[in-house]
Design a protein around this ligand. Structure first.
Ligand code: ZN
Length: 250
């Protein structure tokens, strides 16, 4: 079983849980009506997603829907596995739907990773993620374009943040108190020793300039908690984290 570290922000009638693992995070939005998942780890994380739901007093039968920040295998893969036996709708930004359905794949491969493959951290990371199914090309064929999400547990709100992928989306939860930033803005990644607010290495990003513009657009949000796609939770004014991330670009 994957090492799970769950941090909960309580908003009263709803709760937002960041599930942090060594390789990637996902988020559980929980209310009396059930749960909404945001991302679901690698294919090899399917059991860990179920375990994380149990640890917050829920289970897969309570999942009303899943949202994708984007369709990379480390965010979509667990949901694709779970979807083989469970049926709940999966939503993504309209510009990400074709990617999630695997009409095309917009993801780093052996040739794009080559410039950083010499790094010891990358050499240690690769076998770990391959074991978790990083080479799995399966998508989620019935991914739907998201619209108003306020009917879902946690009443999330999409914030388009294209760049890391063409249809990447962040999500607000907890009445805007929490922003789930996916891979637009992270706080750590196994391939680098860098800690704190940052953008992912260029080799993992579809359009670096667009991603930086998207991250800058988060500056004015009122959120005071950032739940990133990789690394621990950040507590504080999101604008400060945006400034730090953009000042540390390579
Ligand atoms: Zn990604």
């Amino acid at each position: 079983m994957a090492d799970l570290d769950i941090t909960t922000i309580d908003h009263g009638s709803t709760r937002t849980h960041l599930v942090h693992t060594r390789y990637v995070n996902w988020v559980i939005l929980q209310s009396d009506d059930g749960v909404t998942l945001v991302d679901g780890g690698y294919p090899g994380h399917a059991d860990a997603v179920a375990e994380s739901l149990r640890r917050v007093g829920s289970d897969l039968s309570e999942v009303q829907a899943a949202l994708l920040t984007h369709a990379h295998v480390d965010h979509l893969g667990g949901l694709a596995q779970i979807g083989r036996t469970r049926s709940f709708p999966v939503y993504a930004d309209p510009a990400e739907v074709a990617h999630a359905r695997r009409d095309f794949l917009e993801q780093a491969d052996a040739s794009t990773i080559a410039p950083i493959a010499y790094r010891p951290r990358v050499m240690r990371w690769l076998p770990g993620v391959v074991r978790l199914g990083a080479l799995d090309k399966a998508g989620i064929g019935d991914t739907q374009p998201l619209g108003d999400l306020s009917f879902l547990p946690g009443a999330p709100k999409a914030v388009p943040t294209p760049g890391h992928t063409r249809g990447h989306s962040a999500f607000l939860a907890g009445d805007g108190e929490v922003v789930i930033t996916g891979d637009a803005l992270i706080s750590a990644h196994p391939t680098t020793k860098r800690r704190g607010p940052q953008c992912l290495d260029h080799v993992f990003t579809h359009d670096v300039a667009a991603n930086e513009a998207a991250v800058a657009s988060l500056r004015d949000l009122d959120a005071v908690v950032v739940m990133p796609g990789h690394g621990p939770m950040l507590c504080g004014r999101v604008g400060a984290f945006v400034d730090q991330a953009l000042s540390r670009r390579d």
